[in-house]
Write a protein that binds this ligand. Structure first.
Ligand SMILES: O=C([O-])C(=O)C[C@H](O)[C@@H](O)C(=O)[O-]
Length: 301
């Protein structure tokens, strides 16, 4: 897809990040991953992100990102696949090359590694990655890589293929500044952990779509919530928040890294085979899985 096509496509509906499936020895289980992506593709996502944060991008090699992206493309039918890339500039460019060769429809640029960086450095880094690829690129503001509105505007001017801005900071003032300055030059994506908890507020500042991690295992519930948000149907949102998302967040917050582990556990509980999370993450404990099982049952009721 051209950068313009993927830009309007991601703005057209709910997004999600499939978990990456592993065998018990932590090697990639692409067969199981393909089956999961094929199943998810039937629930109306505007695009799926291969090897994103929830897909344990941070635990994959550049070659593995390429393999995961190719497997997603083989399974997703006409649902576009956006691939993760990130770390320092050279590794990000290398990963982008693997993803592009694997047929990705766009790229999500996750934060660079370890160091804080000045705005000029973030600008040069993002620009270099954009210039290295023909794909549309979405910048992901999070952790040690947070571009301010001025930097995002400079990047949008310098990089025609910068098509999206994803927020993982939760800073409404910063995001509002970006949406006010950039208008419809970019598509805006909410990417807080369990973004449904933030969705209504961010919709109010121009972030009209978001990525839903729980879509991995309760896709119908995720779509119901998204449609309620778009329709400003607060009664439905309140009902789903109380029944599912608030207790889900309590469980998710029991351990560092659980925003990813709990999604894998959910996928496992619905009878798919995502396998374990790779270290440094850890899987849910048996009692926590039981609590999640009960929540999933309630969500289906
Ligand atoms: O990097 C990631 O995986 C995300 O930020 C996407 C997730 O889907 C997040 O928005 C969530 O947990 O709902």
């Amino acid at each position: 897809m051209s950068p313009d096509e993927i830009k309007s496509r991601i703005g057209s509906g709910l997004l999600s990040f499939p978990v990456t499936h592993f065998n018990d020895d932590f090697s990639l289980n692409l067969k199981s991953y393909r089956e999961h992506v094929a199943w998810l593709s039937g629930f109306g996502a505007a695009a799926l992100f291969a090897a994103g944060g929830t897909g344990e991008f941070f635990s994959l090699s550049p070659e593995e990102v390429g393999k995961v992206t190719r497997a997603a493309k083989e399974a997703s039918g006409d649902v576009p696949i956006i691939a993760g890339c990130g770390y320092g500039t050279e590794l990000a460019k290398e990963t982008a090359r693997h993803a592009e060769a694997a047929g990705a429809d766009g790229l999500l640029l996750l934060p660079h590694y370890l160091m804080e960086a000045p705005q000029e450095g973030i600008y040069r880094h993002v620009k270099a990655v954009c210039e290295s690829t023909g794909l549309g690129v979405i910048i992901y503001n999070r952790a040690n890589s947070v571009a301010n509105a001025e930097t995002v505007a400079r990047l949008a001017d310098a990089c025609p293929n910068l098509i999206g801005f994803k927020d993982g900071t939760g800073k409404v003032d910063l995001v509002r500044h970006v949406t006010a300055k950039l208008g419809d030059r970019l598509t805006y994506i909410g990417g807080m952990p369990t973004h449904e908890l933030f969705a209504e507020g961010f919709n109010g500042v121009g972030v009209t779509t978001y990525s839903s991690a729980v879509f991995n295992f309760v896709p119908k519930l995720a779509q119901r919530f998204y449609k309620a948000m778009r329709a400003s149907d607060r009664a439905t949102m309140d009902e789903i928040l109380h029944r599912f998302f608030f207790p889900f967040a309590v469980l998710r917050d029991r351990e560092q890294g659980y925003p990813v582990s709990i999604i894998k556990a959910g996928v496992d509980l619905i009878g798919r085979t995502p396998g374990p999370v790779r270290p440094p993450l850890t899987d849910l404990k048996p009692q926590e899985r039981e609590t999640l099982r009960e929540l999933i049952e309630k969500a289906a009721a």
